[in-house]
Structures are given as structure tokens and as C-alpha cells.
Design a protein around this ligand. Structure first.
Ligand SMILES: Cc1cc2nc3c(=O)[nH]c(=O)nc-3n(C[C@H](O)[C@H](O)[C@H](O)COP(=O)(O)OP(=O)(O)OC[C@H]3O[C@@H](n4cnc5c(N)ncnc54)[C@H](O)[C@@H]3O)c2cc1C
Length: 519
């Protein structure tokens, strides 16, 4: 992935008609672009900001069937997600993990309910199950989870789900799409839709935000995969179109691993106000969340409310011997769920189905909303199939069920840089030439200069936030430490990508502004 080359390619291809043009570079859009490119369609994806800048880098990082959707009786969603969980773990072994969860139980009724419920969850996964669930007594629960409050504890129900790195997964999808001949471009915003004399959509107007140049790009099928922004794009098609989204904000906090001291994650199925709370080990830290706050304002950079942070801290504090305090929080991140609104109950978000919805407008805009990271592949398959059924594309078979996002040799598994995928041996080569590139830039973060150089050369970053928030996860692992390494990252980026001192200064300032939302 090379951004300069991609822009050049786009300029060269202004006259061609793309088979599929995807608007939005989150999980949904990137999944669709990969599905489309791997079926051999000529595919272009445009993202207004960075890949996964929106919701797709702000998830709980679970590849899961959704225990709570089981409790809500949404069996179809749970079965679909469990199947996709199995596929994702197989196809992206470098970015997904089998994670053990423990539900602490405090009553006999909960012990029976969750033991039986989780057995059913295992059953629904069928041959793609990733580990059996079972009950353990109080003593064993405390051995595995020593920081859990022991008072009143009856035991724990152990089960397995998947865990992943969401924004790195998005980059792996982008890279794979490019491998299959697709073109993906970040910082290129769709500002309007092109229509032919029959009022049918035949392309988009897009602004490349680095140069400021505007292009008219033609396509047989335009797909709106813009998450919480889907209503905005629908209005480009029809200014009268009714909103179909009801965004809801979810917040997570990140704290030191000493608060959990366990390789298992905690799942609290019912907090005092009926939500689910997870505390999950992730990159040597613990991610705790989430909340569910209906919002009317949609932003690419949502900000956590103090009451959401307090709710997470209070709830976690009820279960942990050493309750995390506000000053223990290393990072806070907020994301917006692109939930399909329930027309009968427009103000509720909790009960709205997490299932995806695909619609086709009269002028031919295919829009996909809802869904989950876990089901991105099925969502993509359904969207392209809908494009075929609607006559926009010739029939071709979906390839993604067995399409590996990691094509490299097995010995890469042993590499420290495994998560960077196919080309990551480039990092070892850099270190081989200059061993000092291996030293972490800051001891609080697991990143070195070789990784930053490699990222600049292979992953299309444009601003330092792209490197610190999504290609590495420095911003969410330790927001303050990430601002300490920002000047060094800016220096490396400037050298690699040809920027000057002024650019570095501006980047550091705007990054420090951003960090304020995360601490
Ligand atoms: C708090 C929270 C926790 C979650 N946890 C999990 C979890 O653990 N597991 C799970 O499976 N799912 C989880 N989800 C759900 C999952 O994260 C989302 O379903 C998924 O990321 C949505 O992806 P998306 O591509 O539809 O949206 P987004 O990631 O928001 O992508 C849409 C993109 O479209 C771009 N865009 C918008 N307008 C334009 C335009 N005009 N031109 C070009 N680009 C444009 C935006 O910049 C954005 O990058 C969670 C969601 C939230 C909010």
C-alpha cells in the first residue's frame, strides 16, 4: 500500500468505469471492497479520513457471537456471528486470539442460568466452536482471577470468545483488497453522487484531501458503507430521505494490567442498569467497557462523557479488589454504534437489532447499515450478492470464506512483528541493518523506530495520528505516553514522506489537542 502510487493510479484511471465503488473505509466498506476485488470486480474504495478512523477502531475488540444477544433471544444473529467468529479466527490468525472469559456468579440462580446458557452458546457454534464452557467453584475462580472481590462469590462460568486488534484488522483488509487488484484511498471524501439522464447513480464526486483536487469517478455500482454517516450519503442521493440510523455511544477505558492480574477476561452480564461490562486483557493492559448512550450528534471524533467514565469505574470497582480510579485511567476512547433505528421505537437503542440491513434506493444507491465487526465478512458477501441480484454486476462466486488475510510462510508466527502481516519481515530487515532501531521509543509503549519506518513505507499514513492511533495502538494503550513519542514519530514520518519542520510542528500541536479527548 503506497498512497502516492494510489493517487497516481486514480488520476490515470479517471476515464474508466469501476465495477464497484465503495464509500467508507471502516470494517463494512473494507470487507465489501475485499469481497468485490477477490471476485474479480474492478474495485475502488474511498475513505474521507483514515481507514478505521470511525467506529471500526473503537470497538471492544471482541470477535464474538454475543452472549447478550442470546439473552435477548436473537438466535439468528448469534448463530451467524458464531460462524463468522470461527471464520475470522481461521482467516486472520495474526490478529485474532482465543480469549477465555469468566462470568463471576453470586447466586445459585445465576450459576444455573449462565452455565446452561453458555452450554447452549457452545452448541450454537457447532463445528466452529473454540472451547467448551464450564462452571468452576469459588476457589478456582479466585486462582484464575485473583483480583475479583470474593465476598458472596459462588464461582465462575468459564467460556471462550475471540479477541482481535480492530484497526490492524481493517488495515489487513485494505492490504488484501490491494493484493487482489483493488484500489483503496484514505483522505478522499465523497462529496456528491453522479447521476445519468435516467436519474440513476453512475459514480461519485470525490475530493482528494491532501492535494484538494476533485475528481468525477464513474462506477456501475456505488455502495454506501459509511456507518453512522450513512444518512448523510443517502441525502446526497435524495435530500428528502428519512434518517435510518440511531447512533449510540459506547465508551471504554484502559488501565494497567495490575488491576486484573489475569490472562482471563471478566464478563459482567448484567450491571446495575442492565448493561454488559467487559474487562479484557489487551496488549498488556486492560480494556474496560462499555456504555450505551443515545446521541443526536454524529462526529468522527466522539468524546466520552464524564458520567460514562464514572459508570465504568464504579461498576468495575464493585468487582475488583483494587478499584481503578480516575487517575489510573491510561486512555479513554468512545465510538458510535451505527444501529438501524427501530421505526416503532425511535428513541431506543438498546433493543434495536444489531443485525445488518441492506437497502437499494430508486436511483441505485446500495446502502448497508448496522451489523458488527465480527460479521463484516457475511455483511460484505450479502452486499455484493445484492448488487448481483439487482443486476449491477455479473454473477461471480464469493471467495472470502476461506480467503486468508495472512499468506506468508508459517515461521512468521514466531516473529515479534507477526501482527503486521505478510510483509512484516521488512521490520526485521530494517533492524538487521540498524540494530538500534529495535529500542522502544518510550518504555511505556511496545513500539520501536523500525516499526514506524516500516509503517510509513507500507501502510499509507498521512498524519501522525494515523500511526499512533490505528497502525500502532499507542493512543489507546497510553494516551499521555503517545504524546511524548509524537515528536519522534513526526520526525520519522517527515523524513520518510518528505515533510518539513513546519509540518512536524503543526502535527505535534494537533495531535496533542486530540490526546486531550483520550485522557
Ligand atoms: C463501543 C462499541 C463497541 C463495539 N464492540 C464490538 C465488538 O467487540 N465486536 C464486534 O464485532 N463489533 C463491535 N462493535 C461494532 C463494530 O465496531 C461496528 O459495527 C463496525 O466497526 C462498523 O463499521 P462501519 O464500517 O460500518 O463504520 P465505520 O467504522 O464508522 O466506518 C465508516 C467510514 O465511512 C467514512 N465516511 C463517512 N462519510 C464518508 C464520505 N462522504 N466519503 C468517504 N468516506 C466516508 C467514515 O470516515 C468512516 O471511516 C462495537 C461498536 C461500538 C460503538
Amino acid at each position: 500500500m503506497n498512497r502516492e502510487a494510489s493517487v497516481l493510479e486514480l488520476r490515470k484511471q479517471l476515464e474508466i468505469i469501476w465495477d464497484v465503488l465503495v464509500i467508507g473505509g471502516g470494517a463494512t466498506g473494507l470487507g465489501i471492497a475485499l469481497d468485490s476485488a477477490s471476485r474479480g470486480y474492478k474495485t475502488l474504495l474511498l475513505e474521507q479520513s483514515d481507514f478505521a478512523k470511525g467506529t471500526s477502531s473503537r470497538s471492544t475488540k471482541l470477535v464474538h457471537g454475543g452472549v447478550r444477544y442470546l439473552a435477548q433471544g436473537d438466535l439468528f444473529l448469534v448463530m451467524e456471528a458464531l460462524r463468522e467468529r470461527g471464520i475470522m479466527l481461521k482467516n486472520a490468525p495474526h490478529l485474532t486470539y482465543n480469549q477465555e472469559f469468566i462470568i463471576p456468579v453470586y447466586t445459585i440462580w445465576d450459576t444455573i442460568l449462565y452455565t446452561v446458557g453458555l452450554k447452549f452458546y457452545d452448541l450454537l457454534a457447532g463445528h466452529l466452536h473454540i472451547g467448551k464452557s464450564y462452571f468452576i467453584n469459588k476457589k478456582k475462580t479466585l486462582v484464575r482471577m485473583p483480583q475479583l472481590v470474593a465476598k458472596g462469590l459462588k464461582g465462575g462460568v468459564v467460556y471462550h470468545d475471540g479477541q482481535f486488534d480492530d484497526s490492524r484488522m481493517a488495515l489487513a483488509l485494505a492490504q488484501s483488497c490491494v493484493d487482489y487488484g483493488g484500489l483503496v484511498l484514505n483522505y478522499c471524501k465523497v462529496t456528491g453522487l453522479l447521476k445519468n439522464e435516467n436519474n440513476k447513480i453512475c459514480g461519485v464526486i470525490a475530493k482528494e484531501l491532501v492535494s484538494g483536487d476533485e475528481f468525477n469517478l464513474k462506477a456501475n455500482l456505488v455502495i454506501n458503507a459509511t456507518g453512522v454517516f450513512a444518512d448523510d450519503v443517502a441525502r446526497m442521493d435524495n435530500p428528502e430521505s428519512k434518517p435510518v440510523l440511531k447512533p449510540s455511544q459506547g465508551v471504554h477505558i484502559v488501565v494497567d494490567k495490575s488491576f486484573l492480574q489475569s490472562n482471563s477476561a471478566i464478563m459482567i452480564p448484567k450491571t446495575e442498569d442492565g448493561r454488559v461490562l467487559f474487562a479484557i486483557p489487551w496488549y498488556n493492559k486492560v480494556v474496560i467497557g462499555t456504555t450505551d448512550t443515545p446521541l443526536n450528534v454524529i462526529s468522527l471524533e466522539p468524546v466520552a462523557q464524564e458520567k460514562e467514565i464514572a459508570f465504568i469505574l464504579d461498576t468495575a470497582g464493585k468487582y475488583l479488589i483494587k478499584p481503578p480510579l480516575r487517575e489510573d485511567v491510561l486512555s479513554i476512547f468512545a465510538g458510535l454504534r451505527p444501529l438501524a433505528a427501530d421505526p416503532d421505537n425511535p428513541h431506543s437503542t438498546k433493543e434495536v437489532s444489531r443485525r445488518h440491513k441492506i437497502t437499494l434506493s430508486q436511483s441505485g444507491l446500495l446502502t448497508i447499515i448496522g451489523g458488527k465487526w465480527t460479521t463484516y465478512r457475511q455483511m460484505a458477501e450479502d452486499t455484493i450478492d445484492k448488487g448481483i441480484k439487482s443486476g449491477f454486476l455479473e454473477k461471480r462466486k464469493c471467495m472470502t470464506k476461506t480467503l486468508s488475510l495472512l499468506k506468508l510462510h508459517d515461521n512468521i508466527v514466531d516473529s515479534e512483528y507477526y501482527k503486521y502481516g505478510d510483509l512484516s519481515d521488512g521490520i526485521d530487515i530494517l533492524i538487521g541493518k540498524e540494530p538500534e532501531l529495535r529500542i522502544p521509543i518510550d518504555c511505556r509503549l511496545p513500539y520501536n523506530r523500525a516499526e514506524i519506518i516500516w509503517i510509513c513505507r507500507n501502510e499509507m499514513p498521512v498524519i501522525i495520528e494515523d500511526v499512533l492511533a490505528r497502525r500502532t495502538r499507542a493512543l489507546v494503550l497510553n494516551a499521555h505516553a503517545s504524546s511524548i513519542i509524537a515528536p519522534e514519530v513526526a520526525r520519522i514520518m517527515a523524513k520518510e514522506l518528505g515533510y518539513d519542520m513546519k509540518w512536524q510542528q503543526e502535527q505535534i500541536e494537533s495531535y496533542n489537542e486530540l490526546v486531550k479527548n483520550y485522557i
